[in-house]
Ligand binder design. Structure first.
Ligand SMILES: *Cc1c(COP(=O)(O)O)cnc(C)c1O
Length: 355
């Protein structure tokens, strides 16, 4: 039976990417060696890293002054790394508190400076993108989480803050087009929409770095990594390679604009069913809804056992909501085909028809 993978992360990847990745583990580039047993300084792997960085720049249409790195530590280290590279000693920054990951970013940034939370939706269990105050004068940047993976909310576009932006785009990078010019740092863990867990992508403007007056540990200093072409130490070779395969797949399938169209169609399908079907209600406010993660619940909990049986027998996997929201979460990353969303909608209709 075909499995429909709605996992929130690590998540679905294109089948062709998995096949190529599996083949490269056995024999990479016809070398008679595995991708994971050759030197990261070999010309074959350096070419992988260079293509992954270049393709990221191309697909995201990043300005020339931007650099791209693939590092370790996940987005969770990105919370601290992004702040320490931009926040002057004794400096201040503004943060939007729109979910669990934002709150974690705020916690880390508070270790480094004066952090102003300019908007929060915590009191309503993060069911919306909060209204935000302007960042106070003297803020080095505004940090926000573009898509709140757990709660199913997403910024509808780029916030206008009047200060440079820093964004955690872990769960919607490469899912829609945007103008990178207002950003100083964008970071994204690979395992939501790019590749396997184990690498985090940084895309950043080189120009504002190195001005904090701090002495940074080498690994946290983005300039150090940039000066070594993302090869300061042994990079996570397998996650970078699989990410490259995904980026090639995105390009071959029309680029980020085409991904956006597909993602909008999938989101439209699930949300119109949530709104139409009296047995379901959404968690996120309508104007904050995420095109990546749709969160919803039953209006009558006594039907939970039956609904779970229906979607399980339809081959649907990974639909359980995060424990902090409950209900269900349909994660619809780039590689999820619309047929999987159609299958989910059919099970929701089947539940309704049973009466
Ligand atoms: C999953 C996730 C993270 C955490 O990523 P790690 O790579 O596990 O550290 C951070 N931010 C967002 C938006 C996420 O979805």
């Amino acid at each position: 039976m075909k499995i429909h993978n709605f996992s929130a992360g690590p998540c679905i990847l294109p089948p062709s990417v998995l096949e190529e990745a599996a083949a490269a583990v056995n024999d990479f580039n016809g070398l008679g060696l595995s991708l994971i047993e050759i030197s990261h300084r070999s010309k074959d792997f350096v070419a992988v890293m260079e293509e992954a960085r270049a393709l990221t720049k191309e697909l995201l249409n990043l300005p020339e002054r931007f650099d791209v790195l693939f590092l370790q530590g996940g987005a969770s280290l990105g919370f601290y790394t992004s702040a320490i590279n931009l926040l002057p000693d004794g400096g201040q920054a503004a943060y939007v508190d729109s979910g669990t990951w934002s709150a974690k970013a705020i916690k880390e940034a508070k270790l480094l400076g004066d952090i102003h939370v300019v908007g929060s939706s915590k009191d309503s269990n993060y069911d919306r993108i909060p209204a935000c105050d302007a960042p106070p004068a003297g803020s080095s940047f505004l940090h926000y989480t573009s898509n709140n993976t757990i709660f199913g909310t997403q910024f509808s576009g780029t916030p206008e803050a009047g200060v440079p932006l820093v964004a955690d785009m872990s769960s919607d990078i490469f899912s829609r087009t945007f103008d990178a010019n207002p950003y100083h740092i964008i970071y994204a863990g690979a395992q939501k929409n790019m590749g396997p867990a184990g690498t985090v992508m940084y895309a950043f403007d080189r120009e504002p770095l190195g001005k904090t007056g701090r002495t940074l540990p080498s690994y946290l200093d983005l300039s150090v990594h940039a000066s070594k072409d993302s090869m300061f130490n042994t990079p996570p070779v397998f996650p970078v390679y699989v990410t490259l395969l995904t980026l090639r797949w995105i390009k071959a399938n029309g680029g980020v604009a085409a991904m956006q169209q597909r993602n909008e169609a999938k989101a439209q399908l699930i949300y119109s069913e949530i709104d139409r079907n009296p047995l379901f209600e959404g968690h996120a406010h309508v104007n904050s809804r995420s095109n990546m993660n749709a969160t919803f619940r039953l209006t009558d909990d006594s039907k939970a056992e039956r609904f779970d049986a229906l979607w399980n027998s339809a081959g649907i996997s990974g639909l359980k909501g995060h424990r902090s929201v409950g209900g269900y979460r349909a994660s619809m990353y780039n590689a999820l085909p619309i047929e999987s969303v159609e299958t989910l909608v059919e099970t929701m209709r089947a539940l309704e028809q049973e009466g």
